[in-house]
Design a protein around this ligand. Sequence first.
Ligand code: FES
Length: 143
Amino acid sequence: MEYSEKVMDHFMNPRNVGEIENASGVGTVGNAKCGDIMKVSLQIEDGVIQDAKFLTFGCGAAVATSSMATELVKGKTIQEALEVTNKAVMEALDGLPPVKVHCSCLAEEALHAALWDYAEKNHIVIEGLKPPVNDVDELHHHE
Ligand code: FES
């Protein structure tokens, strides 16, 4: 099994590690199967994601995908950020081994959970955004 150079780079030098103080939205999700947890915090102003950070108790692929996912959503509108799916993140990383695909879901779901939190705090509805799940494994079990 081989990891792309980009995956290795984002694993060795993860971007956006940490937590945003007074974040606009925070989301935490886990995967019960592997036990990994991901927390994403977002700073949103005028509907644009100004900053994104993550913390994880996760495997290397979870670190690399959340590093890339947070990079990709910065500067994007909320609607644009919804297009940053786990598939888009994997493509940006030049792929992941099939057994690691589920790890990229952790980043996507934590991002969605943070957006959901933002929407709730601001009493808005984000079109196309589904309520967050606590256990990502349930959601992506059949993909
Ligand atoms: Fe759990 Fe990768 S093994 S996120």
